[in-house]
Design a protein around this ligand. Structure first.
Ligand SMILES: Cc1ncc(COP(=O)(O)O)c(C=O)c1O
Length: 383
């Protein structure tokens, strides 16, 4: 069913005031999500502690995340952040044998490299796949670095710096050929692209709810393929990771049979309310339609930037990018600040301003952004 995106825009009040191109950093807040926060406050004010409902909210986030990723609920841990999920997973891996290598790319968000480097005292060897001369990383670049000693290939789906998408099927094939597992950091893609973890054939995936999932900070997920869960016992644990949370048994660690074993303490209750509302909204609209719209908007934005003589560095082909268009500048921080003065909300990383699109953006947003960039090109062009 074709969505009425104009009607949906009305659900995001900030869009009436700003050209909001910042979903790769933090999404626009929907009325429905705000109402979910309010519902939590009502609960607190009028009921006090409503644990039965709160536990159900946490389970609802698990179920909705599973539907979105085409996974099973038992394969999803609801975490406090991507970092929390990665730390829990890392604590369950052994690096003492010959398979002690972790391959990451130079496109990683820092946490998906730092946490693996933090395992070096435990025997991990972390290898970085560098960019090619054109600034991107083709699957072939992984070929020489993934070998029989590789335990894990931990890679981003879409790069937070430049919006480029890695060739995940190509990299998964290389990993499988050498018996290595694959972890996908899909924080910059989940909710903006249609993700099927089974079709991608990854073993693990991490993401969070504050960007394209329309929720809030302080809540994320770790997907762990069912066949991987049983053999992994995190030492980074807690009472909500136990098989029977209510047992209150202090004599042993009895991890849950499901991916819940990667959780830790009391769930982020208020964040569950917001995440549930965001995920429901997103699932109702449909990830496939959102992906199509985001490709159309980013394609249009890149075309228009070329027309004003200030091309982006993001790959042109749909299959090689996500929902972010990165534009190089001689002073990206000041350019983002100048755009903000014009009510255009972007972000900046390295030498690029990032315009990230979501289904609630439209062609008028593209035009407003491009017109402002044209006006600012003299002072902030790439130099
Ligand atoms: C690709 C990617 N991974 C990880 C993170 C950080 O996740 P967290 O703060 O939940 O640990 C971000 C945040 O911007 C990100 O873009």
């Amino acid at each position: 069913m074709e969505q009425n995106y104009d009607a949906l825009r009305k659900e995001f009040p900030v869009l009436q005031r700003k050209t909001y191109l910042n979903s790769g950093s933090y999404c626009a807040l929907a009325n429905e999500v705000r109402e979910a926060f309010d519902a939590y406050m009502e609960d607190r004010l009028l009921v006090g502690a409503n644990w039965d409902v709160w536990v159900m909210k946490n389970e609802s986030v698990r179920n909705l995340t599973a539907s979105l990723l085409r996974a099973l609920p038992d394969e999803i841990a609801v975490t406090a952040s991507v970092s929390a999920g990665l730390n829990s997973l890392a604590s369950a891996l052994q690096f003492t044998g010959t398979r002690n290598k972790v391959v990451v790319s130079d496109f990683e968000f820092p946490t998906n490299a730092q946490i693996w480097h933090a395992q070096e005292p435990r025997g991990a060897r972390v290898v970085h796949v560098p960019r090619a001369a054109d600034g991107y990383i083709p699957a072939q670049a992984f070929e020489n670095l993934i070998d029989e000693q590789t335990q894990l290939v931990a890679i981003t789906h879409v790069c937070f710096r430049n919006g480029a998408k890695l060739d995940i099927p190509g990299i998964v094939r290389l990993a499988r050929a050498k018996g290595a597992k694959v972890l996908l950091d899909c924080y910059q893609s989940v909710g903006s692209l249609d993700i099927d973890v089974k079709a991608l054939d990854v073993d693990f995936a991490v993401g969070g709810m504050l960007k394209y999932l329309l929720g809030t900070a302080g809540i994320g997920f770790l997907y762990a393929k069912a066949s991987c869960v049983q053999s992994l016992v995190p030492t980074n644990s807690g009472w909500f990771a136990q098989s029977n949370i209510g047992a209150m048994d202090i004599t042993a660690n009895r991890p849950s049979a499901s991916a819940r074993r990667f959780e830790a303490g009391t769930p982020p209750v208020v964040n569950c309310y917001a995440a549930e509302a965001g995920l429901k909204m997103l699932l109702k609209i449909g990830a496939a339609g959102i992906e199509k719209r985001n490709y159309a908007l980013t394609r249009r934005c890149m075309q228009r930037l070329e027309e004003i003589g200030w091309p982006s560095i993001t790959p042109r082909e749909d299959e090689r990018r996500g929902a972010t268009v990165a534009v190089p500048s001689r002073d990206a921080a000041r350019l983002a600040a100048e755009l903000m003065k014009l009510d255009i909300v972007t972000s900046h990383r390295d030498d690029n301003v990032r315009a990230s699109f979501h289904f609630y953006n439209n062609e008028d947003d593209v035009e407003a952004f491009v017109a402002s960039m044209k006006a600012l090109r003299g002072s902030f062009g790439p130099g």
